[in-house]
Design a protein around this ligand. Structure first.
Ligand code: 0CM
Ligand code: SF4
Length: 508
């Protein structure tokens, strides 16, 4: 059976796509069998051709299309999130995966609804379609989406005209050469998409996503916005996740790197990662009205650092240079603290006094354990934290991802690249995979998932950092569901029921 049939309306579109579909040596015997079929123009011809298509595992339609959305310009590529015709809608859940891959291939791709019209639409009719929320219009996708049934389906259009400058004659189309070149580059991406299709199992690690400290920090900003009104200034990212930050920005939060950017007297939230006393002093000097979203478990490490320094010890902090939590904790003990990132760093310590050690809250437990053991070997009297500084959420998410990695071909960790705990989940997953390391990747959302990772990955482990919204995990699952039948299972290693109280400034 053919793996993928790519349908186009016009011969020139079919030739352009076929030109880009020369065999890829790197895919070897995995190279999908792709056929390009010209189906003719308009929904009736497309429907007749669809009924005659040979069997294929996946179906795609591509070619030129007309923009409806203001943000689409000629040369852009629209990947349909759904295809509409009349009152029928065919969802295309794998659109974010395909669009992300097109962007990585250098094409200006975006996602949005596509409407199939029975005729060429211009003037008021076209503006009316735009008002219904569709991003682009074509004349063939709907019958093919219907013919695809439960099989993976994709519709990808290269924009050739806009409502204000509609194209009346394809033969005289400006930018035709560029549009055909774009189609040639879409071909191999569709082949990669087809190679990634097939049934698979998703193993959801549990616990994953938001911890109590992150929930509290986000709630503090939301409540500050409600109580004091926008703008509410936040020093640094409230938590290390781009979706959380963008969402709060939309609601009136203003994120700054430096307190100097905050107008005097303004409401200012300190992020979950904590601040050095010097930052608090600066805020007080400038008359800022501070609401502190430092996680109580980070605040505990600050308190331990102060206690150890007060009795004259050198405070060794195990952590990663440049991280805000590390800057905050070391800022508590000026002249009495030192950062150690690994075992080699322990060998370089010259304390000349008693030694105590602490850790960043979001380290990999196995790695941090090796560094603290090295400290104790070198300084047998060294005192560590009362409990464990690595917080419950970090620990639980690492246990869960280890369990998932043991069964997975690929582990996707959803989180932002500056999130320490999400990065550690990726490393832990890679270390604890079955038969050596499974492929473990950090992604901010479905658009970051490279299709080549999914080829042959029948069991995909999925988790998310403590600062990642659960909705981003749902988005990845939904996108994977567009590649074929999906069995979703949750592997829960423990329950979490931690809750923290809010600071008095925003308490109900
Ligand atoms: O410390 P990390 O970089 O993991 O922060 P995050 O914002 O991603 O996660 C929550 C926290 C804290 C402190
Ligand atoms: Fe607090 Fe841990 Fe969450 Fe960081 S990851 S905010 S330390 S609970």
């Amino acid at each position: 059976m053919t793996d993928l049939i790519v349908c186009t309306a016009l011969g020139m579109e079919a030739r352009a796509v076929a030109r880009g579909l020369r065999p890829r040596p790197d895919l070897g015997s995995d190279h999908p069998r792709v056929r390009v079929v010209r189906i003719g123009m308009g929904p009736d011809r497309a429907a007749r051709a669809a009924a005659l298509l040979p069997p294929a595992a996946a179906l795609a339609v591509t070619g030129f299309g007309g923009a409806l959305h203001d943000g689409l310009r000629p040369g852009d590529v629209l990947v349909a999130t759904e295809v509409r015709s009349g009152d029928r809608v065919w969802p295309c859940p794998s659109a974010p995966l395909l669009a992300g891959e097109l962007v990585r291939a250098g094409l200006p791709a975006r996602t949005g609804p596509l409407v199939t019209s029975p005729r060429i639409v211009t003037g008021r009719a076209r503006h009316a379609l735009a008002r219904e929320g569709a991003y682009a219009v074509d004349m063939e996708s709907a019958p093919l989406a219907a013919a695809a049934g439960a099989r993976p389906f994709a519709a990808v259009r290269v924009i050739v005209d806009t409502p204000d400058a509609p194209l009346l004659n394809l033969a005289t189309m400006g930018g035709a050469v560029a549009a055909r070149r774009t189609l040639a580059r879409i071909g191999p991406v569709l082949a990669r998409w087809a190679a990634a299709t097939g049934p698979r199992r998703v193993l959801l690690a549990s616990p994953r996503s938001f911890c109590a400290g992150v929930e509290r920090a986000i709630e503090i900003v939301e409540r500050a916005l409600d109580r004091f009104g926008a703008p509410v200034y936040v020093r640094k990212q409230i938590v290390h996740n781009i979706h959380v930050v963008r969402d709060l920005e939309r609601r009136g939060a203003v994120f700054v790197d430096d307190l100097a950017e905050v107008p005097e007297g303004s409401i200012t939230v300190f992020s979950a990662h904590g601040v050095a006393p010097a930052v608090r002093e600066e805020a007080a000097r400038r008359g800022l009205r501070v609401v502190d979203a430092t996680c109580p478990l980070v605040a505990k490490v600050h308190a331990e650092a102060r206690r150890f320094a007060a009795r004259g010890d050198l405070v060794v902090l195990i952590g990663h240079a440049g991280h805000e939590e590390v800057e905050g904790v070391l800022g508590e003990v000026p002249g009495a603290g030192v950062l150690v990132e690994d075992e080699a760093g322990v060998a370089g310590l010259r304390p000349g006094r008693g030694v105590a050690y602490l850790t960043q809250t979001t380290l990999a437990a196995d790695e941090a354990g090796r560094v603290s053991a090295a400290i104790r070997r070198r300084f047998p009297d060294a005192e560590g934290p009362r409990g464990d500084d690595i917080c419950y959420a970090t620990t639980n998410r690492q246990h869960a991802v280890r369990a998932v990695a043991a069964e997975a071909d690929l582990v996707l960790v959803v989180g932002s690249a500056n999130s320490s705990n999400a990065l550690r989940l990726t490393e832990v997953a890679a270390r604890f995979g079955h038969d050596g390391a499974p492929l473990a990747r950090l992604v901010d959302g479905p658009g970051d998932v490279a299709l080549d990772w999914l080829r042959g990955a029948r069991t995909v482990g999925l988790t998310a950092g403590a600062s990642t919204p659960g909705a981003m995990v749902d988005a990845v699952v939904a996108a994977l569901g567009g590649l074929g039948p999906l069995e979703v299972e949750e592997l829960r290693v423990t329950e979490e029921n931690v809750e923290f109280t809010l600071p008095k400034e925003v308490r109900p």
